[in-house]
Design a binder for this molecule. Structure first.
Ligand SMILES: NC(=O)c1ccc[n+]([C@@H]2O[C@H](COP(=O)([O-])OP(=O)(O)OC[C@H]3O[C@@H](n4cnc5c(N)ncnc54)[C@H](OP(=O)(O)O)[C@@H]3O)[C@@H](O)[C@H]2O)c1
Length: 331
């Protein structure tokens, strides 16, 4: 028998971490093609921090409870669910609603948790792996033998991107703020890790590729990084924007785009529709889930907090010293 109410970590009003408060909401109902999941853990994402600050409102129709990825156990099935049964261990990409003890999610947005993985740890995978898949391998078309430059190498996204690039047989250069983060990126398989306050990443890209330049840049920094990124790219290189933490505007010499035949692209994940997210989940499952099952690709967990301590989790993310993912666990 399911309870009629759920416990959730809610945004009381937009503002500082202290505005996250535990509250009650009605039990979600699994609609057509959806499963109801008893949540074991939710991943904390930079976007949750921005949502709490009022800078990234949930899309129309999405839950206002934060949380864009979870792991847990299928507790009930909506009509016409074909892929899952109750009791299955899954992790899932959400539009929101993950900071709660139950959430409903389209069955096509779920992935199986391998038997050799702790259920909670799988909550670290969906948002980062799907973002990396969509941007680096689809939009950026990174292929085996090529080289990627990835900023924020120690971020939730970066730690997963390093492992996925290596699994694909490509090379990866990352940028980081500290020596501790640099060592962590090397331990994950990065070929070069640049401490950006000490070295020029454009020089490293040039040296690492014998003067040719990198094939793809995955950029979460924006601002004045964009011109440097374009300089670091080879002829035919691809520049993929996923965030603009240093500024949303950049002044570009268009002649560099023409001379090097560059492609500039980018995307957001949350705004994609249900069918498109299901397509990405299917592709990720085909191409990278075997690597997860064999532990070639592993979740990188920096810290775990109980859901009730979400304030500390958000403070930790804002502080920016973390390496990999921060999880909220539901006992
Ligand atoms: N477009 C999409 O679909 C999508 C999806 C998911 C995430 N994202 C974005 O991807 C980014 C990473 O997300 P996350 O959840 O993994 O967050 P996170 O773990 O907090 O990572 C943020 C990273 O940004 C780096 N950074 C911040 N300011 C920087 C600067 N001025 N110069 C260089 N690096 C800087 C930090 O690296 P250092 O500490 O080394 O400086 C940190 O590793 C976020 O900006 C997020 O919004 C986009």
């Amino acid at each position: 028998m399911l309870p009629s109410e759920i416990s959730a970590l809610l945004i009381d009003t937009y503002g500082p971490p202290e505005n996250l408060k535990i509250g009650k909401r009605p039990m979600p109902v699994a609609g057509e093609g959806e499963v109801l999941v008893k949540v074991a853990a939710a991943g904390v994402n930079r976007a949750d921090v921005m949502q709490r600050q009022g800078k990234y409102p949930p899309p129309a129709g999405a839950s206002d409870i934060p949380g864009m990825e979870i792991s847990g156990i299928v507790a009930a099935l909506g009509p016409n669910v074909s892929q899952w049964k109750t009791g299955d261990k899954i992790c899932a990409l959400l539009n929101g609603g993950g900071y709660a003890d139950y959430v409903a999610v389209p069955e096509g947005h779920c992935l199986p948790v391998p038997d050799n993985m702790k259920l909670q740890d799988a909550a670290a995978l969906p948002e980062a792996m799907i973002t990396v898949y969509a941007n680096l391998f689809e939009s950026g078309a990174l292929k085996s033998g090529e080289t990627a430059l990835i900023h924020g190498g120690s971020s939730g996204i970066g730690t997963m991107a390093i492992q996925m690039v290596k699994a694909r047989g490509a090379s990866v250069i990352v940028t980081v703020r500290t020596h501790e983060k640099r060592e962590a990126c090397y331990a994950l398989g990065a070929d070069f890790a640049v401490v950006y306050d000490e070295e020029d990443f454009v020089d490293t890209c040039r040296r690492a590729t014998a003067g040719r330049g990198v094939d793809v840049v995955l950029d979460m920094v924006g601002g004045d990084y964009v011109v440097k990124n374009l300089t670091a790219l080879c002829v035919g290189g691809r520049h993929v924007s996923i965030a603009s933490q240093k500024g949303a505007k950049a002044e570009i010499d268009i002649r560099m785009i023409m001379q090097k035949r560059l492609v500039l692209t980018g995307s957001t994940l949350r705004g994609r529709d249900r069918a498109e997210k299901a397509r990405l989940v299917t592709k990720l499952r085909e191409e990278f889930w075997p690597g997860v099952a064999t532990q070639k690709i592993k979740p990188v967990i920096y810290q775990r907090f109980p859901l009730k301590d979400g304030v500390q989790a958000h403070k930790m993310m804002e502080n920016g010293a973390h390496i990999g993912k921060i999880l909220l666990e539901i006992p």
